[in-house]
Design a protein around this ligand. Structure first.
Ligand code: BES
Ligand code: ZN
Length: 428
């Protein structure tokens, strides 16, 4: 509560002066000048200017974060995480906002994972203001025109989707001891992907690669941009999280399904794009998000920066867990915190372009990076490997390996085909 008062006093000042002072926006986490969000947004907007930076020492990270968490989870946890001793910074029947020390964030994540088998999710925010925004509904996403008329191009490109390049990427990423967002190897993995994508894009002047540096933690996100040939201001985002966890920086966490598989599918769409010489009319951004497992922190910062800049995101496809076939249907669309029109469009793409089956289910909370985009008013979807309760039981453990999934990527291939069709039918 001690920290709340200066914040509340500062609010009118902030509102009145925000546009002029954007670059030196005060950071209420630490009471000192923030790594400016605006600068990061510019790093992303100017193609190719930001090379991977030397890692910021994890010890230098800000001490305070705010979480938004379901009130029912606070009640269920009770004394297990000293919630009763804490005063929420905001609360209603659905959602609660609490101030936490950054060190406590990991502990809460671990407790939630133990208690609910898988952590039922909470959002971490670097400011109270951002946490409080969770109380308001996202603005209505602008409807994209969903038409399906690129049959020839889609069919040709679908034939290029290759299982072995997907297994290759899953093997490479799951060979890191962990991709935990505050670990040395977790910092190295996105830097490696930045280099890999840079090489892949050689010879395509319309493609650039950048890293997105986050203000509060050392793991970077990676963003590859294919500039649209006709309507470059319209942007389509395809990606997933590159981090993983089995509870801390020291535990082995291969994260093969969660979520090397999603990055491998993202990479396969990009590989097919380049192999086929495809040039989209609209701009495509392929993203590998940092720190999803820490509360959607990487995507939250990026999506908020895009909204602040007024980037016209037409659609976001989140690829998170694609290689474990746990349910009868092949592709399972999450219906909450996603856009129903875009989900229907994706279902049609499956019907028209593939022999696969699909179904829908609810996560029950903002379970992955699509929620960050939805929250900022953009149409987002998550095609998932199974229904809830039937997903890969090895995630968030040392057993989340490619071997545990039979050493193959047959399931992930289906998601790559869907994502290729989505890209071609939307970016036209
Ligand atoms: N890949 C999972 C999300 C997931 C798991 C969705 C199982 C559906 C079924 C994701 O990486 C994850 O673990 N998310 C967290 C929530 C996040 C806000 C920290 C989770 O579900 O515990
Ligand atoms: Zn995941």
């Amino acid at each position: 509560m001690r920290r709340l008062l200066p914040f509340l006093l500062a609010v009118p000042f902030l509102v009145l002066t925000a546009p002029a002072r954007a670059a030196t926006l005060p950071d209420f986490d630490r009471g000192i000048t923030l790594h400016p969000l605006v600068q990061q947004a510019m790093d992303v907007a100017v193609p190719g200017v930001s090379a991977p930076t030397p890692a910021i020492s994890p010890a230098a990270a800000p001490e305070t974060v705010w979480i938004s968490i379901l009130t029912q989870d606070v009640t269920a946890l009770g004394e297990e995480f000293n919630f009763p001793e804490r005063k929420p910074a905001g609360q209603n029947g659905v959602l609660s906002v609490y101030e936490l020390r950054a060190a406590e964030l990991d502990r809460l994540g671990d407790i939630m994972q133990r208690k609910f088998r898988r952590s039922p999710g909470f959002f971490a925010h670097s400011s109270l203001r951002s946490a409080q925004q969770d109380f308001t509904l996202p603005p209505l996403a602008a409807a994209a025109a969903y038409t399906i008329d690129q049959g020839e191009k889609v069919s040709t490109m679908l034939q290029l989707v290759d299982e072995s390049s997907i297994t290759g990427m899953i093997s490479t990423l799951s060979a890191y001891k962990t991709r935990y967002y505050r670990s040395v190897t977790g910092i190295a993995a996105p830097k490696w992907l930045y280099g890999y994508w840079t090489q892949l894009a050689a010879g395509r002047p319309d493609i650039s690669v950048a890293t997105f540096r986050h203000s509060a933690f050392p793991q970077e996100s990676v963003i590859l941009t294919v500039t649209g040939a006709v309507e470059p201001e319209k942007v389509i985002v395809i990606g997933g999280h590159i981090d993983c966890t089995s509870g801390g920086a020291d535990n082995p966490a291969p994260g093969a399904d969660d979520n090397a598989s999603g990055i491998a599918v993202t990479n396969e769409v990009l590989r097919v794009l380049i192999a086929s010489g495809y040039r989209p009319a609209q701009t495509l951004k392929f993203m590998a998000f940092a720190a999803e497992e820490a509360g959607l922190r990487g995507s939250a910062e990026i999506a908020a920066a895009f909204k602040k800049q007024g980037v016209a995101v037409q659609g976001m496809l989140n690829l998170d867990m694609a290689n474990f076939k746990g349910s009868a249907q092949d592709i399972n669309f999450v219906t909450d915190n996603t856009n129903s029109d875009q989900n229907a469009f994706l279902g049609k793409l499956v019907d028209i372009y593939t022999p696969y089956t699909w179904a829908t289910f609810k996560c029950g909370y903002g379970c992955s990076d699509h929620a960050s985009w939805t929250k900022n008013g953009y149409p987002a979807s998550l095609p998932f490997e199974s229904k809830m309760e039937e997903y890969n039981p090895a995630i968030h453990t040392a057993n989340d390996t490619l071997e545990q999934m039979g050493g193959r990527a047959t399931h992930a291939v289906k998601f790559a085909k869907l994502a290729v069709a989505y890209m071609v039918e939307l970016a036209k």
